[in-house]
Design a protein around this ligand. Structure first.
Ligand SMILES: [Zn+2]
Length: 457
């Protein structure tokens, strides 16, 4: 037993005056602050339990957390009282009575997520493990005005909430957006990696107070991250995922998220993985939206695919593309879907894209030696054909030492939603955030979480 075990946990059991309810907690609420050691051990216990959907026993927890029985019992009691853990039957007997098992209960609360893409957005309602319960998709994204997108996002989030009065309340909102985010405070710090076609300009999102607007309007804590990091987080949390991986997002723009030792790697200026603007062809290349010429994105992105799909040669050879061109225009999503359906021109365009991508990935995988390269974003619609093409081209360019333990796979279309949920659940169940809400029994209506400027501490 540690010295802190004798202190009161400071946790209100559910059903008491400060338990989880939809009513906001008054600012003057006199909650007892739990000992930080208790909260940090509780956070470790939750992290451990979440790894094992089939459940863990007290003995398992004592061993992995290197805590005594009394300490584990105390944390178990708190977690069960909060509804975070539920019984999972009996485990295997090792001679005596079969041990009681406990597992994480993702249904104790819900999470709201907002995934802003280039030309479309999605809001979803999930449980704490990222299982999507309901979602609304609409045609408007980072190429549109931030005020309008935010207003519509709030309308749709409200509609999702109203559609499910039977569900427990939302504990937080996770936002994924295809632009660089300073994760310390969730501010949008640079133009998005999309080409700026037409009147709308992603520059208008730089400095837009998206996080505080959403937090105030919903009275919920909000976490925001660059879409590439959210995607990478989703891949990192899959069962069986390697500790080191790269997630390439190929949508209208190009980007990459990096996971190192199981953690999202952001770099010194939150710009790690910004591969779109590596100058590949020198100053003679095509003009890029960043103001320079010859960037990788001008040759390898959904935007580049759209340009290649409307050339006279492409239209001549593909009745599929010709039909789309005559009916409102070709978008990169059409090229991804066309390739999945075997349209020869779309397959050729994506095979060429796979080859270009393999040049960059050869350098990155040789340097970094990841266990997995995930290809996602809009290109997830292209299906396994694309990961095979990238894998084959990449293996030709690197030594077996790099490729023999490397898996190249397609991402899931809902990785951004799952990753955004995961970001919020991880934060809510981290020691420093739990320390704030634990006295109230739930994060619902805890003003300090809604107004806290930092999102990383
Ligand atoms: Zn550029």
């Amino acid at each position: 037993m540690t010295a802190h075990d004798s202190q009161h946990d400071g946790v209100q059991p559910p059903g008491s005056s400060a338990s989880a309810s939809k009513a906001p907690v008054p600012a003057c609420h006199q909650a007892r602050t739990p000992a930080f050691a208790h909260v940090s051990q509780l956070a470790e216990l939750m992290a451990e339990t979440r790894k094992y959907p089939q459940g863990v026993s007290r003995a398992d927890l004592c061993e992995t957390l290197t805590l005594g029985r009394n300490a584990v019992d105390r944390r178990l009691k708190t977690a069960i009282g909060l509804g975070l853990l539920i019984p999972a039957g009996r485990g295997m007997s090792t001679g005596g009575r079969a041990p009681e098992m406990w597992r994480f209960n993702p249904a104790v609360a819900t999470i709201l997520v907002l995934s802003i893409s280039y030309r479309s957005s999605t809001v979803a309602l999930t449980d704490l493990s990222g299982t999507i319960i309901d979602q609304i998709h609409w045609e408007e994204g980072i190429l549109s005005d931030p005020h309008t997108v935010t207003a519509h996002a709030l309308e749709h989030l409200g509609a999702l909430h109203d559609r499910h009065p039977e569900l427990p309340p939302a504990w937080g909102l996770g936002v994924s957006i295809p632009t660089t985010v300073d994760f310390r405070d969730g501010s949008l710090i640079a133009p998005a990696t999309a080409r700026t076609g037409g009147a709308s300009d992603t520059l208008s999102w730089t400095g837009f107070p998206l996080r505080s607007r959403l937090a105030r309007a919903l009275n919920l804590p909000v976490w925001i991250d660059d879409e590439v990091n959210v995607l990478a987080l989703a891949a990192a949390k899959r069962i069986g995922a390697p500790e080191d991986l790269l997630y390439v997002r190929l949508s209208l723009g190009l980007g990459m998220g990096i996971v190192s030792h199981g953690q999202v790697h952001r770099g010194a200026a939150a710009a790690s993985g910004e591969i779109a603007h590596i100058q590949m062809t020198g100053s003679g290349g095509r003009s890029c939206r960043c103001g320079r010429k010859g960037c990788l994105e001008t040759a390898l992105s959904g935007g580049a695919l759209e340009d290649a799909a409307v050339t006279p040669q492409a239209l001549k050879r593909s009745p599929y593309l010709r039909r789309l061109d005559e009916n409102g225009g070709i978008r990169c999503e059409h090229v991804f879907c066309g390739a999945a359906e075997g349209d020869p021109v779309c397959v050729r365009l994506l095979t060429e894209a796979a080859d270009r991508l393999s040049v960059v990935l050869a350098v990155l995988t040789t340097t970094y030696n990841p266990g997995e390269v995930v290809l996602g974003g809009g290109v997830a619609q292209a299906g396994e054909f694309f990961s095979r093409a990238v894998g084959q081209a990449l293996r030709r360019r690197v030594l077996p030492a790099t490729s023999e333990r490397l898996r190249v796979r397609m991402g899931d279309e809902d990785d951004a939603l799952k990753g955004a949920c995961r970001m919020v659940t991880d934060a809510l169940l981290s020691a420093h955030v739990m320390h704030v809400w634990l006295p109230y029994g739930s994060p619902v209506g805890v003003a300090e979480l809604v107004t806290h400027r930092r999102q990383d501490a």
